[in-house]
Design a protein around this ligand. Sequence first.
Ligand code: RB5
Length: 146
Amino acid sequence: MNKTIGLASDHAGYPLKEQVKEWLKEKGYEFVDFGTNSTESCNYPEFAHALANAMEKGELTRGIAICGTGNGINMTLNHHDAIRSALCWMPEIAELARQHNDANVMVMPGRFIQADLAKECVEKFLDTPFEGGRHQARIDAIPVKR
Ligand code: RB5
């Protein structure tokens, strides 16, 4: 895995995103922050698309994104073919998002998660490998066939 993590948030996710940066540094990761850069009200799709576009170009392999509930930014990210974004609010879900879903983006609900749990989610997301096997066929079947 690339040791540079893409970050995105809206205003509601900005404070937790700043904490995530510190945790990434502690674990020896670098990051690229696609914004937003303050708690001033903004629209989450702009920052979600910026992160997803960079991942689709192959510039980054993993991302962490945060909005208030996690839902809006997660919905936006999952419109991109190359993204499997998982909404995580407890470490076990983050771990399973990697083991079973091979999630390449983890989303957290900035307004509804305590810092200690968010930190554990980040650690699980970064440290847990994909199990493959039966889960590979399942994620292969996710894209809509038109
Ligand atoms: C912002 O108020 C809020 O709607 C946004 O952060 C997010 O929760 C949307 O899904």
